[in-house]
Design a protein around this ligand. Structure first.
Ligand code: FAD
Length: 385
């Protein structure tokens, strides 16, 4: 067992930290206030090679794995939870899924576009009445002989209104339930019958676009199917087990950012003639946050490492996602407490860490859903894949 990082991994961490501090931090307050997504930042991240992890070099991959992706995106999320999202959209979501299930033509055509950020990616599963229960989705794809016709609505989709190419999950045969879903590769901007709308009412992740997608007799080519017709549920679960690790990396990033802010403030703020960090109750808060954070980091790194070894990891990934996202919310809440009234102010970062961390308990399967996966595998009802 080796807990150390290689020199190269440390170099990547430093590069990501430097990028976040120089490119994201200086305008973050203004960007957050204006809910501003900056496409040029995604391109710059692509130029630094951030989106090629766990992908073959022949399609533009960088030769690194999930662990390196986690290490980079953790550093980005430490500064801003919003800017962790492009890792899912350009790399861990559509690109890795197409690499696993796509044919050679699809791999050559799409993966380089996502890695280079020539195309902004997305994956559309959730609907107004279908979230955790993926099989209940109502969006349909009907075989019209020479094309597929898509009808329905997707909701809460990251990159919906800025996305180019991405993955759409739709129902091709309702009676077949789990075997009645199919995954399609689709272009949101170039397909007639597709409209998108931004969701402007989010609590956090203000620099990350989220929206709705409407399909009204949208026509897509026959060769848009990823994998086999009816394989969509399997592809979706495989994909979520990967995007979950990206979400978990965001959680350890946000917790790390919150803890740094809490420690800085505890060492600076004086009450009753002493630094508040000298009081045992504040020390206990810091100790709990730090201990939970380090445990979360180890769980997330272990799950990423298992993925890189090609070993079963669904159990460990769900444990990492559950623990890290709950720990991030806890760290953000205690950071707010340590900041006192300033924790309640939007002038200070504590409240943003909390708003962004809350999203991680929901996305890629809620904390309850992670518990059902962990319990199911622990009890022997499901196999760890
Ligand atoms: C910022 C943001 C970005 C997102 N990006 C995307 C995206 O890019 N693509 C995409 O497809 N979706 C995306 N989502 C949607 C997200 O994945 C879903 O919201 C999530 O899966 C939960 O679905 P739901 O909101 O419909 O909740 P529901 O499934 O309705 O759940 C409501 C509550 O019931 C609980 N619950 C449900 N079923 C069970 C059960 N069996 N056992 C115990 N408890 C249960 C849940 O834990 C939750 O507390 C995003 C959401 C947000 C907030």
């Amino acid at each position: 067992m080796d807990f150390g990082l290689t020199d190269e991994q440390r170099l990547m961490q430093d590069m990501a930290k430097d990028f976040a501090e120089k490119e994201i931090l200086p305008t973050l307050r203004e960007d957050e206030a204006n809910h501003r997504f900056r496409p040029e930042l995604v391109k710059k991240m692509a130029d630094l090679g951030f989106f090629g992890c766990a992908l073959p070099e022949e399609y533009g991959g960088n030769g690194y794995g999930f662990l390196e992706s986690v290490l980079i995106s953790e550093q980005i999320a430490k500064v801003s939870g919003s800017w962790r999202l492009p890792f899912n959209m350009q790399n861990i979501g559509p690109a890795i899924t197409v690499n696993k299930f796509g044919n050679e033509e699809q791999k050559r055509r799409f993966i380089p576009k996502w890695i280079s950020a020539e195309a902004f990616g997305f994956f559309a599963i959730t609907e107004p009445n279908s979230g955790s229960d993926v099989v209940s989705m109502r969006t349909t794809a009907t075989d019209r002989g020479d094309h597929w016709e898509i009808n329905g609505q997707k909701m809460w989709i990251s990159n919906a209104h800025v996305g180019d190419w991405g993955l759409l999950y739709a129902c091709t045969d309702r009676a077949s339930k789990y075997k009645g879903l199919t995954c399609f590769i689709i272009n949101l901007k170039e397909t007639k019958g597709v409209t998108t709308k931004a969701i402007e009412t989010k609590l956090g992740l203000h620099c990350a676009p989220t929206g709705e997608i409407y399909f009204d007799a949208a026509k897509i080519p026959k060769d848009s199917v990823l994998g086999e017709v009816g394989q969509g549920f399997q592809i979706c679960m495989w994909q979520l087990n990967n995007t979950r690790i990206s979400c978990a990396s965001g959680a350890i990033g946000i917790a790390g950012g919150a803890i740094d802010a809490a420690i800085g403030y505890a060492n600076d703020r004086t009450q009753f003639g002493q630094k508040i960090g000298s009081y045992q109750m504040v020390q206990a808060q810091i100790a709990d946050m730090v201990a939970e954070h380090e445990a979360a980091q180890l769980l997330v790194y272990r799950a990423a490492w298992l993925k890189d070894q090609g070993l079963p990891n669904q159990h460990q990934t769900s444990i990492a996602k559950l623990f890290a996202s709950e720990a991030a919310v806890h760290a953000a809440l205690d950071t707010m407490k340590i900041f006192g009234s300033y924790g309640f102010s939007t002038e200070y970062p504590a409240e943003r860490f909390l708003r962004d961390a809350q999203s991680l308990r929901v996305v890629e399967g809620t904390s309850n859903i992670q518990k059902t996966i962990i319990a199911g595998i622990s009890l022997g009802d499901a196999v760890n894949r």
